[in-house]
Design a protein around this ligand. Structure first.
Ligand SMILES: [Zn+2]
Length: 345
């Protein structure tokens, strides 16, 4: 089969579109024919390599796939050949205390599929192997491209806002990176909960699109002072929840925009991981700083029900042939998109 593979870490040029053996299912695995696969920031991190993290090479990236089940292992009972599925992109043992509590992300065997798995084994290929437990019915109303764009960002944003920050109706939430895949979903979850959403993006065009997705207010961080604008919008109160995934470049402003008793929830750091926190704000204002890492299969299913109901919409910026995966990664690095980039074999 054809796949987008890298054999060594480096720039987008290390991605090769080449022939690799088709995956074979283990007894509890299924193999899907990939109809479409989403791009995520972790594709870039794996390809670049991360200090202190070992990747098994050669590696196929891609944590989001939608496709048709082509082959099932001998002990698979819940999935049938021909079924249309998307991938729950978290591998865990499903036996331990954390897993059986519905907190797979605390499992000692937890891995993000397509990021920490390997050698090979991700979505950016014609076929992909996943454990039976990770095959989730594809929302029928979505196209392949839409379906492939949504699981990882939906799961991550849902866990952040619903489970970790416990965002409430009537609260104010600040969403950084409104043009990113995860930002475009966070805006919609915030509105569904009944919060007032203040979205931040880097261009006026992205701000307009964030508004169209339901954001009540938008701030262009390239031309406006985010902290000052939040103070104006909230009448000096500050926001109750900050949705963070940018990290170093935004952290101090995030803290400065928070209401007394506010919660900041963070799932990543696309601009760096060293950030300064003025502890006086932390204790005086009784702030909560909440880490978040992916989510459970149950949370993905909850979110997908709202997708199926048409209440959360995938935001696909563009669809790109799988052979041009390197080009897709260059686009992501330049933050040229609004929403998700999707690859099709
Ligand atoms: Zn476990």
């Amino acid at each position: 089969m054809k796949a987008s593979v890298f054999h060594q870490h480096g720039g987008p040029e290390v991605l090769k579109y080449e022939d690799v053996p088709e995956p074979k299912p283990g007894s509890r695995d299924v193999v899907i024919q990939v109809k479409a696969a989403g791009c995520n920031y972790n594709d870039l991190w794996a390809r670049q390599g991360l200090p202190g993290m070992k990747f098994d090479l050669p590696h196929i990236s891609g944590s989001d796939a939608a496709g048709v089940v082509k082959e099932i292992g001998s002990e698979v009972t819940s999935v049938k050949v021909g079924q249309e599925v998307v991938v729950h992109p978290a591998i865990s043992c499903r036996i331990c205390e954390a897993c059986t509590r519905g907190q797979e992300y605390f499992c000692r065997y937890f891995k993000i599929w397509g990021f920490q798995t390997g050698p090979l084994d991700g979505a950016h290929a014609e076929y992909a192997r996943i454990p039976e437990a990770n095959a989730v019915p594809k929302p029928a109303r979505l196209s392949w491209e839409e379906a492939a764009s949504i699981p990882l960002v939906l799961l991550t944003a849902w866990h952040m806002l619903v489970t970790r920050a416990r965002l409430l109706p009537g609260e104010d939430v600040l969403v950084w990176g409104a043009g990113s895949g995860i930002g475009s979903i966070a805006i919609q979850i915030g509105k569904l909960i009944g919060a007032r959403v203040i979205a931040v993006a880097g261009t006026d065009a992205k701000c307009e699109k964030a508004k169209a997705l339901g954001a009540d207010h938008v701030i262009n961080h390239a031309s406006q002072d985010v902290v000052g604008e939040v103070r104006k919008i909230t009448n000096k109160k500050g926001v109750d929840v900050v949705f963070e995934h940018v990290g170093q470049a935004t952290w101090e402003r995030s803290i400065a925009t928070m209401n007394w008793g506010g919660r900041l929830v963070i799932c990543g750091n696309t601009t760096g991981f060293e950030a300064k926190t003025d502890l006086r704000f932390l204790f005086n204002k009784q702030l909560s700083l909440l880490g978040s890492h992916q989510g459970s299969k149950a949370e993905l299913l909850e979110g997908l029900r709202l997708v199926e109901a048409g209440k959360i919409k995938p935001v696909v910026d563009r669809v790109i042939p799988l052979k041009d995966a390197a080009e897709a990664q260059r686009l992501m690095e330049s933050r040229a998109q609004f929403g998700k980039l999707v690859l099709v074999p």
